[in-house]
Design a protein around this ligand. Sequence first.
Ligand code: SF4
Length: 193
Amino acid sequence: MLYLRNLANRRARQFEWLYQCLESVLAAMDPLFARVGYSRIERPVAFVERNVKGLLFDCKMCGQCVLSSTGMSCPMNCPKQLRNGPCGGVRPGGYCEVKPEMRCVWALAWEGAARMTSGRRIDVVLPPVDRRLEGSSSWLRASRERAEQNRARKASGERGRLTLARTFWEARRIEPSSAPEAPESDLDRRSAR
Ligand code: SF4
């Protein structure tokens, strides 16, 4: 277990990429999940997540995964469960004060973050753990949020285009010569000759 945990930390860059792919795939499946019902798929997905992440990261299923902000080192493995950096008792060589045979999860977090492309996320202060989410799937939560963001981005883009179209129409109605013309296509130009 400890071996795999350290390996995942050493391969933080590859796991970061894998996580981004997984999130994109799950976000793309949002319409299907929404149709089946998120509450129905919560248990099977959480089961898979618990086993996969348990093996790789010694995951404790806190329900608010922050691996991508902590160099792929799970902060819930800190005996004091510190979520924003190490305590003052780290031993020489970066070993844990409580479990001297284990490297401090925060020492590993900084090493892992240095290997990741979005490693600076470690600088952002994390919110306290919400114990109500314990045991729930972080994968589903993250992908659902991403799908929501994609929808909001798309909607605001469409709103922007509509506003622009209305503005041009209005400008042309009030002062036709001052409103910019839509660019002519090559086809239009050729047929006009
Ligand atoms: S941060 Fe939470 S969900 Fe992520 S690996 Fe650790 S215990 Fe599991």
